[in-house]
Ligand binder design. Structure first.
Ligand code: ZN
Length: 256
């Protein structure tokens, strides 16, 4: 019995040693794993407890074009541009907010932005555009994304088209990301090129911040007009814009 007990005790010691070694190996593996993943995080997240500055993201100004008595373009089936713009901007607002990107909308309801108490007669449209520009100017480190719908005399034209402000070098980069995201994820046959804005596009002509205007589709094209009235398609369009904005922020070194 003594021999058996000694052997049993010996087996237990070896078993305990083996278990301890396995536990130590597992602890080391977990530690190395943790170090690896901490290394993959953006610097601000990895050093959340240190004195390093938090990541500062630019504020995206979403500008649903038109509103109120300014309906914008009217679709072949009566769809109003101002409503498509606002609906799409609200979808994009939700996506960006969920991703932690600061967002401001120039309007959240169906109205123009002139001051009704001021003498606006004959100047409604200009006062409306100036108010939108003031929001951009008053928001530090902002990026303007103005949302519109297109129209043309001939119904055959379709597809997303991006214009950019010539006054900031990042405008063309954001425009290219939006145009290429549309081609890659939504409109493979869209061969349109981004275009610098001239003085006819007030917001882009006057903005000193990165600024683009996206003509998301042609309301004069029956097929595209029907899509722009469809919630599911607007969700796809919103995701295209969201993807481009995230790529823009990531390429800016913001880590978003
Ligand atoms: Zn418009």
């Amino acid at each position: 019995m003594r021999v058996t007990e000694t052997r049993s005790a010996g087996r237990f010691v070896w078993f305990y040693l083996l278990l301890s070694m396995l536990f130590a190996a597992a602890t080391l593996a977990l530690w190395w794993g943790a170090q690896y993943w901490i290394g993959q995080l953006p610097a601000g997240a990895a050093n959340a407890d240190s004195d390093s500055a938090p990541i500062e993201l630019p504020c995206i100004i979403l500008d649903p074009g038109h509103g109120g008595e300014d309906g914008g373009t009217v679709g072949v089936d009566g769809l109003l541009e101002k409503n498509v713009n606002l609906h799409l901007a609200q979808l994009l607002y939700d996506q960006l907010t969920l991703a932690g990107v600061p967002v401001i909308m120039t309007r959240t309801d169906d109205r123009m932005l002139y001051d009704p108490a001021a003498d606006y007669r004959g100047h409604k449209k200009m006062l409306d555009l100036r108010a939108r520009l003031d929001i951009v100017r008053d928001t530090p480190d902002s990026v303007l994304l103005s949302i519109h719908q297109n129209a043309f005399g001939q119904a055959k034209y379709s597809g997303l088209q991006v214009y950019y402000s010539p006054h900031h070098p990042d405008s063309a980069r954001l425009a290219e990301l939006v145009q290429s995201a549309a081609r890659q994820y939504l409109q493979p046959d869209n061969t349109r090129k981004t275009k610098p804005a001239d003085s006819s596009i007030y917001l882009l002509d006057r903005s000193e911040r990165p600024a683009v205007l996206v003509e998301c589709g042609f309301l004069s094209n029956p097929e595209e007009c029907a899509k722009l009235g469809d919630d599911a398609y607007l969700g796809q369009l919103s995701t295209v814009l969201f993807t481009a904005v995230c790529e823009y922020l990531a390429d800016s070194g913001a880590g978003a």
